[in-house]
Design a protein around this ligand. Sequence first.
Ligand SMILES: Nc1nc2c([nH]c(=O)n2[C@H]2C[C@H](O)[C@@H](COP(=O)(O)OP(=O)(O)OP(=O)(O)O)O2)c(=O)[nH]1
Length: 132
Amino acid sequence: MIEVACAIIEKDGLVLAAQRSERMSLPLKWEFPGGKIEPGETAEECLCRELFEEMGISVAVKKCLPASTYHYPKASVTLYPFVCSIASGEIVLDEHAAINWLPPEELQNLDWAEADVAVIESYLATCESCSR
Ligand SMILES: Nc1nc2c([nH]c(=O)n2[C@H]2C[C@H](O)[C@@H](COP(=O)(O)OP(=O)(O)OP(=O)(O)O)O2)c(=O)[nH]1
């Protein structure tokens, strides 16, 4: 079981999606930036560390969404999603192939890592700026 903290970053009514690089597992799939929770670390501590390492930004957590587990053929991944804003820094891509800022209702048009599909549904069900 892999435990992963990930950030649903909102800015000006848009949401950040990040594309995994060809070198990563799940190549070129879209995801919410974040990474594996290390021993002794809380999900939120992990989130802050990963976002700084991967993108050079500090994030402020606005809301936690329910954890969501997906069983890939090789491993099960539990995502701990946090709705966030950028507190400081400008995004510099270190690991990802690309990023995209999208209105919430367009998130589902991307080719997401399968584990993220349920997280997006849960986000859309709660998000205040969504039209549905
Ligand atoms: N960060 C992140 N990982 C996700 C998401 N959805 C999803 O299935 N994952 C998976 C991909 C990876 O197997 C794992 C996260 O690990 P990671 O972000 O440290 O990825 P990684 O490239 O270091 O993983 P690996 O190649 O070393 O196995 O969770 C998501 O939205 N964000």
